[in-house]
Design a protein around this ligand. Structure first.
Ligand code: SAH
Length: 224
């Protein structure tokens, strides 16, 4: 699981990472800042050491509490849709392993990330690598509530499939801002980009199929 002490990031890892970046480019990711961030972040740090050699495959893998670290293509696709600019204030729902949070922080965003699984939230507290990002703030809570005291946000990214669009997240979006959110039940999920226009009008675009763990309500307090 996530380590409290620094790990080795050697030529093998760097080589595998460069290959992953090429694969993402071939799959259609164009934003160079996204690709640079993925190239800079050792994904194997976020996984159990048993996954060290396969950490750079374009696959989701299990983490604690029956959750997953998203597939690199998905992380890249959502990050590209967010059109991240330096100093953007971004709310993320579903910290999980914090890999996506670190990708956004590496791109210069101020990241506010919420996780509802206490075990995962506390696990990430001990993870050495996240200390690299002073602009990443994490919270244990229910993402359906957002973070009213830090709102409004330039952008919101949801990394679990929502059965409905959480109204409080729309409220906490800046006019001119947008939210990238996987929408749907276990199968047939769609990636949506929801824009709150300057006049508060809401515009929804559908951007292809996806496959996420469900966005659940409330907090889970169990510690593993
Ligand atoms: N972004 C993560 C992906 C994690 S999977 C990564 O890069 O590793 C989705 C995560 O969303 C899980 O950790 C799950 O516990 C969390 N989640 C689900 N519903 C939530 C909610 N209502 N509020 C906050 N987190 C939630």
């Amino acid at each position: 699981m996530l380590n409290s002490k620094p790990l080795d990031d050697n030529y093998m890892h760097k080589g595998l990472r460069a290959q992953l970046v090429e694969l993402l480019r071939n799959k259609g990711i164009k934003n160079e800042n996204v690709l640079k961030a993925i190239n800079a972040i050792p994904r194997h740090f976020f996984l159990d050491t048993a996954f060290e050699r396969i950490a750079y495959e374009d696959k989701a893998f299990p983490i604690l509490a029956d959750q997953t670290i998203s597939q690199p293509y998905t992380v890249a696709f959502q990050s590209e849709l967010l059109e991240v600019k330096k100093f953007d204030k971004i709310l993320e729902i579903g910290t999980g392993s914090a890999y996506q949070s670190c990708v956004l922080a590496e791109m210069g965003a101020q990241v506010f990330s919420i996780e509802r699984q206490r075990a995962l939230y506390e696990h990430v507290n001990k993870f050495f690598f996240i200390k690299k990002y002073a602009t990443l703030k994490r919270f244990y809570g229910d993402g359906y509530e957002g973070l009213p005291s830090y709102a409004p946000f330039d952008k919101i990214i949801v990394t679990a499939a929502a059965p409905f669009i959480p109204p409080k997240l729309i409220e906490q979006l800046k006019p001119g801002g947008y939210m990238v959110i996987p929408f749907g039940a276990e199968t047939g999920q769609k990636m949506l980009k929801i824009t709150k226009e300057i006049d508060q009008k809401i515009v929804t675009e559908t951007l292809g199929d996806c496959d996420f763990v469900p966005m659940l309500g409330g907090k889970n307090q169990s510690v593993v």
